[in-house]
Design a binder for this molecule. Structure first.
Ligand SMILES: [Zn+2]
Length: 249
């Protein structure tokens, strides 16, 4: 028997994994698509503003994965109870969400199982800011918008600024991938640099408030993203100017 859900967080993690399947290799993607087509009760959630749907008998187990799901037996009865408890709501039929479900199926090029009028599809609603946008996507889009803005005259820009009602920024969520770095490499490279930039040999521009140590940044010569090694040989301590120049110069 598959393990029951313990927390709402587990639902979110299951959905994140499921989204990876939907955007993943064909075997994973087809597995996820079949589940969506065959489902009866769904959690409805939004990814970048679009409704997506995950069936209860899949999402309603702890650590829902393709492997665990194929091992699991029994119907979805238990899962509807535990999802209801974790989300604090009953699943209900909902014409609008049913339409969105059909749109989602269309986008995935799948045909939903025929709905019985005596047993309509039912939905829970999960409000959580799922996103496919990465931090790099965000910065790339911002750079395009800045370029568009710079094509206008200062007068046009100032007029636009004067007209806007909102001055506090909205908050958006993005996915971030980080390379886990070895603290010994950072520490050892800083120690090697002895407070001077290893590019221009100038002393660090200031000392850190926190520990009064010279402020330098440890940069990878071959980027980790380009398969560089996280070693002291492939790293150098740079002043912020030299570091920015390495990336943008
Ligand atoms: Zn420098």
């Amino acid at each position: 028997m598959a393990k029951r859900l313990a927390t709402k967080r587990e639902i979110i993690e299951n959905i994140e994994k499921f989204e990876l399947y939907l955007n993943g290799k064909p075997n994973k993607k087809n597995f996820a698509k079949k589940l969506v087509a065959a489902g009866q009760n769904f959690i409805a959630y939004k990814v970048d503003g679009n409704h997506h749907f995950i069936p209860s008998r899949y999402v309603g187990h702890a650590k829902a994965t393709k492997k665990n799901h194929l091992k699991a037996t029994g119907d979805g009865g238990n899962t509807t109870i535990s999802i209801g408890k974790k989300l604090g709501q009953k699943h209900q039929s909902n014409t609008e969400l049913n339409q969105k479900y059909h749109t989602f199926c269309q986008d995935l090029s799948i045909k939903p199982r025929k709905e019985q009028s005596s047993n309509p599809r039912k939905f829970w609603i999960l409000n959580y800011p799922f996103t496919k946008e990465t931090l790099a996507d965000y910065h790339a889009q911002l750079a395009i918008s800045v370029k568009q803005s710079s094509n206008d005259s200062s007068k046009v820009r100032r007029k636009r600024l004067a007209k806007r009602k909102k001055v506090k920024p909205s908050v958006i969520f993005v996915q971030t991938k980080v390379y886990e770095r070895n603290p010994d490499v950072i520490s050892e490279v800083l120690s090697r640099a002895k407070g001077k930039c290893e590019e221009c040999n100038m002393p660090a521009p200031f000392r850190k408030k926190k520990n009064k140590k010279p402020y330098l940044e440890v940069h990878h010569i071959v980027r980790l993203a380009d398969d560089g090694d996280d070693t002291i040989k492939n790293a150098e301590a740079l002043c912020p100017n030299c570091h920015r120049e390495k990336h943008f110069g």
